[in-house]
Design a protein around this ligand. Structure first.
Ligand code: CTP
Length: 402
């Protein structure tokens, strides 16, 4: 989830500094690269050796560390990261930040950076409630500094109240939220993906060749632009998009229920290859061969058309409803008619004739159909298709300020 993201972690001088070791470990588990900076006060609580061992990196401690200056200047150090995290952020560090003081490595880095900064304050409850700290906090928030915590609880000093550093999991969630800020932040998307399985009996089902790769690629492209994604998937082979709210379903009816339960969304993208029919009376008992050799009779019932019902909602219709059209003949004509019949805004039509190998394959060749007509896209990977689609979505729903 944080694969390859660079975190500059400033460890301030508070009892919670020991938790920063766990933070380093958890960030590393998520694929982040942590560059640690230990303040002088921080080194009273944790040793540079343990910080360095856990992060696998050199620990930066002194502004006038000539060795460090020859390797990497403090300006560069402050800008090479994707985010600066201060944990624990002491009252003193917050005061320095609020006043623009730069008299040690940590405060200088914080003044020199052009990257987002997240602080996790930690201090005695009285210090936290002190007018000076609250004044500094308001100023820092006004300066665009992100803040997580503090939490309420009993403290090392024996008092109880607000001042405990936020839980490590909350700090990590906040780091992710800050890094995910993008043109689709604060937008909620629904993506359906994969095939559905329609049971014949408890051991057999009717399925299709969808791998779920296109739906997962779209969800990843949305997440990369800061969107919140509810990802409703059938039993697909593709990896699930990390960071989405993932809902696993099996049948079209379950997918329909999950879509209805997902609540309001700004846009909905129906990439799933939903079965049009289910087997009526698919029961709990396995269908057995008969001695007479009579073949089983399968009766089909129609499944709910999820795309159509969302497109035609009278209330709570997403601003943008996007469907796919899997066609084998007259692709553009059929998909154009499908868009009107379903009532969706855009249709991505693809030719799923067996010779195209699109169903289950890694590439796609889309004709994009909207009110303005049909636009043929070149054959490209499902990843590139997703990015092209999501860039179009950003044109309609994106926040121009991000
Ligand atoms: N779809 C859906 N619910 C269904 C069937 C389809 O939400 N019960 C959605 C698919 O996710 C896709 C679009 O409708 O975005 C078109 O799917 P497609 O299979 O091409 O069309 P159908 O509506 O099933 O029509 P037909 O099979 O007759 O071409």
């Amino acid at each position: 989830m944080l694969n390859g993201r660079k975190v500059l972690l400033i460890i301030g001088g508070g009892i919670a500094a020991y938790k920063s070791l766990d933070l380093i470990r958890k960030l590393a588990e998520k694929g982040a690269k942590v560059t640690p900076v230990l303040t002088q006060a921080g080194s009273n609580f944790v040793t540079a050796l343990s910080v360095s061992a856990l992060s696998g990196q050199k620990v930066y401690q002194d502004l006038f560390d000539l060795d460090a200056e020859s390797e990497i200047g403090h300006i560069q150090l402050s800008r090479a990261a994707d985010i600066i995290v201060v944990a624990p952020a002491t009252a003193d560090l917050m005061a320095k930040m609020a006043n623009g003081t730069a008299n040690d490595l940590a405060s200088t880095l914080l003044l020199a950076t052009d990257k987002p900064v997240l602080i996790a304050p930690s201090m005695n409850v009285q210090m936290w409630h002190h007018k000076a700290t609250q004044r500094n906090l308001a100023r820092l928030k006004g300066d665009g500094i992100h803040v997580v915590g503090p939490d309420e609880g009993s403290m090392a000093c024996g008092e109880f109240g607000l001042g405990r550093m936020a839980e490590i999991s909350d700090i990590i969630d906040s780091i992710q939220n800050v890094l995910w800020a993008g043109p689709l932040q604060s937008r909620h998307f629904l993506v359906t993906s994969g095939p559905t399985h329609e049971p014949i009996d408890p051991v057999r089902y009717i399925a299709n060749r969808s791998s779920g790769k296109q739906g997962a690629a779209i969800a990843n492209a949305l997440l990369a632009r800061g969107a919140q994604v509810t990802f409703i998937t059938g039993p697909a082979t593709a990896d699930r998009p990390t960071g989405a709210n993932i809902i696993e379903i099996e049948t079209a009816a379950e997918m329909n229920t999950a879509v209805e339960a997902a609540g309001h969304c700004d846009a909905a993208i129906f990439a799933a290859a939903v079965a049009d029919w289910h087997v009526v009376g698919a029961g709990q008992s396995k269908v057995k061969k008969t001695d007479s050799g009579a073949l089983p009779q399968i009766e089909f019932g129609e499944n709910p058309d999820i795309l159509r019902s969302v497109s035609q909602r009278k209330t709570n219709r997403p601003e943008l409803v996007i469907g796919f059209a899997a066609e084998t003949d007259n692709v553009v004509e059929n998909a154009t008619a499908k868009r009107l019949k379903k009532g969706c805004d855009w249709i991505l039509a693809n030719d799923v004739s067996p010779e195209t190998e699109i169903m289950g394959g890694d590439t796609n060749q889309i004709t994009f159909i909207s009110e303005s007509g049909a636009e043929k896209w070149p054959e490209m990977s499902k990843f590139e298709t997703a990015n092209r689609l999501v860039n179009k979505i950003v044109e309609v729903l994106g926040d121009a300020n991000t």
